[in-house]
Ligand binder design. Structure first.
Ligand code: TYD
Length: 138
């Protein structure tokens, strides 16, 4: 079982042979949660900033399976990190209550997002001041 308590880059094994590569992501084993939801983002470009929210319940792993993009995380306590996602066998783990921005998408970017919870708009915090306020109350 993996043990992650902070946002960090995860390297997935590549099962490559002469036919090409295959990457497996199993809940709990390769990432720290069971996968309840999958969505993917494409058709964004270098002018777009996506995300710009934090989640009260959902944890995520983001994998740019085609092209490149960047992800910035912010824990609301003065700690930020920037991740360059440019390999289909690397993903960034984002715990709950972390503000995230996704940006600098290449035209061919496909960003695969694995989430620990089904979609619930109410657990998204889309107002930055409110996020800082809720972090301060924890
Ligand atoms: P949004 O959260 O703004 O996307 P991003 O964080 O990538 O910028 O979601 C865009 C729209 O899609 C919004 O209307 C909500 C909807 N949506 C769902 O219905 N289910 C989901 O799982 C997600 C992630 C978004």
């Amino acid at each position: 079982m993996c043990d992650y308590d902070k946002d960090k880059l995860i390297h997935f094994p590549q099962h490559g042979d002469t036919r090409g590569h295959l990457v497996v992501i199993e809940g709990i084993k390769d990432i720290p949660f069971q996968i309840a939801r999958i969505f993917y983002i494409y058709g964004s470009d270098s002018t777009v900033v996506r995300g710009q929210h934090a989640n009260r319940k959902s944890e995520f792993v983001l994998v740019n399976i085609c092209g490149t993009c960047k992800v910035k995380t912010n824990d609301g306590k003065g700690n930020t990190k920037e991740f360059n996602l440019d390999k289909p066998h690397e993903g960034v783990y984002i715990p709950k209550m972390v503000w995230k921005d996704m940006y600098d998408f290449s035209d061919d970017s496909i960003l695969l997002c694995l989430a620990s919870q089904p979609y619930d708009a109410k657990e998204y915090i889309r107002d930055y001041d409110r996020f800082i306020d809720e972090v301060g109350k924890k």
